[in-house]
Design a protein around this ligand. Sequence first.
Ligand SMILES: Cc1ncc(COP(=O)(O)O)c(C=O)c1O
Length: 375
Amino acid sequence: MTTQLFVPKFRVDECLAQVKECLEKGWTGMGFKTVEIEDRWKEYTGLPHAHFLSSATAGLHLAFEVLKRKHGWQDGDEVISTSLTFVSTNHAIKYAGLTPVFADVDKYLCLDPEAILDKITTRTRAVVFVGLGGNTGQLDKVAQICKEKGIALVLDAAHMAGTRYRGKHIGYNADVTVFSFQAVKNMPTADSGMICFKEQSDDELARKLTWLGINKDTYARTAAQGAYKWKYDVEDLGFKYHGNSIMAGLALVSLKYLDNDNSYRRQISKWYRDELNGVEGIEIVPVAEGCESSTHLLQLRLERRDGLLVFLNEKGVYPGVHYTDNSEYEMYKDCGQCKNSVKASNEIISLPMHVGLSKNEVDKVSCLVKEFLKG
Ligand SMILES: Cc1ncc(COP(=O)(O)O)c(C=O)c1O
């Protein structure tokens, strides 16, 4: 039997019922279900605005695009980011014509507030904070720095659906928070995401930009009366980034189980920690004090990481690496290299983490890790 890194759990009958409803209604695009998931997401997170999207990558681009227009940022203005992330985070900065500047990470593998302070220049406009694996790291301190320095805070919460900090769902202290509901995330659909702006005017601009700059969505036009219901204006060079009702239907089902699923993930994390904490030669990436993490990832650090990857593969266990330091990529070789990020990138391994894992499987993986370390 093999043990995979991620296996999404879909409640198939409930998902099919959602899809059936869309098909029977003859409405699969943006509309009734996208509105419903936006409402449910606002209720769930307590965030004031939520707009359902085709992906978090689209959302991150939109975040920078909206803030750039609002504040009149210039091309080439700087955004402090991490190199220990999926490339979407940094591509999004570049899509908006801005420049990523890498700052180093802390023991949580999230941006280190001190390192951010070192990178602030007169051209710094924003920080993008990635809650790696669902961890909040030192997000509160970073938010405080952004406030004091008058720079925007974008939260890449692709791994953070359901993460709470001191009892409150994350996103409350960012200018904009972007979630991913991609196929293997902890709140899976196939591909979709959510963007949550703090300000209503930003949410309004984002809605216009996700539908090509058109000033009314199709649903509103269909609901409108009279001979001019087809008419609209195009006020901006927007994008095709909005979500659709099929994905929203899957998201509604995933959201219903999110808290239960995340709590089982935390149980799995505890089982791993009980087995592996204190074992010589490895370190488990800690969860920040006060953070109830979605636990999208369970990451170990060890010097012989590559050897462990091969060993586990040979035993039918398929871990992952989140992530290769982005400064190694041609696209990002000029954004600065950060010592801790590069070191971490060579040491981290993500063990299987999904709600289909049993305690036996977690024990089996933990035993294999220990066996490797003895060898
Ligand atoms: C940290 C991070 N940011 C952004 C994204 C992009 O998410 P999506 O696949 O929904 O575009 C991902 C996806 O893997 C991610 O891990």
